[in-house]
Write a protein that binds this ligand. Structure first.
Ligand code: SME
Length: 165
């Protein structure tokens, strides 16, 4: 299954590629309940599909430290390990439970620069089947304003299918 995906190049318009990779992810994860495996697979397959993704991964709600996110499975350069709820783009997404679509990270108050090459960012809250926040999914790009409503809709569909279904 992994080899078949790794050999494949998804083409087409962005929305179409989100739909294609959503199907690929669902096929790979069928029957796999482990949360780490599910998060690692989502991060890997999305990072491999989109050229505008520079850093791709999860910050997980830490069950041992209330109000804190801890880094989870990701693809990219070294990320910060912990982010408090309310801090930066990820912490804001966790606290408000709302998607953060940031065209210019340098203009975002309190943005945490784990890698100075990041220029724009999208962060999607991730919920389980009971509607509890379990993580946020963070994608950074080296290009300014790299993410739009198509990325948001594509990611929301994949994340709700993988973690809340
Ligand atoms: N920029 C993020 C921090 C996480 S990293 O970019 C990997 C933020 O402000 O939340």
């Amino acid at each position: 299954m992994a080899e078949a995906f790794n050999d494949k190049v998804l083409t087409g318009a962005k929305a179409e590629r989100y739909a294609q990779v959503a199907e690929e992810i669902a096929a790979v994860l069928a029957g796999e309940p482990n949360l780490t495996a599910r998060m690692a697979t989502v991060a890997s397959m999305l990072a491999a599909t989109f050229e505008h993704y520079f850093w791709t991964g999860f910050y997980v709600v830490d069950p041992d430290r209330p109000g804190e996110l801890v880094v989870g499975p990701y693809q990219g350069t070294l990320g910060c390990l912990r982010i408090a709820f309310g801090r930066g783009v990820c912490g804001t997404a966790a606290e408000t439970q709302r998607v953060q679509l940031v065209a210019d990270v340098h203009a975002f108050p309190g943005h945490i620069a784990c890698d100075s090459r990041s220029a724009s960012e999208i962060v999607i809250p991730v919920f389980d089947a009971q509607g509890r926040l379990i993580a946020v999914f963070d994608v950074d790009s080296e290009a300014p304003a790299a993410f739009d409503a198509v990325d948001q809709a594509g990611l929301e569909a994949i994340l709700s299918h993988v973690f809340a279904a």
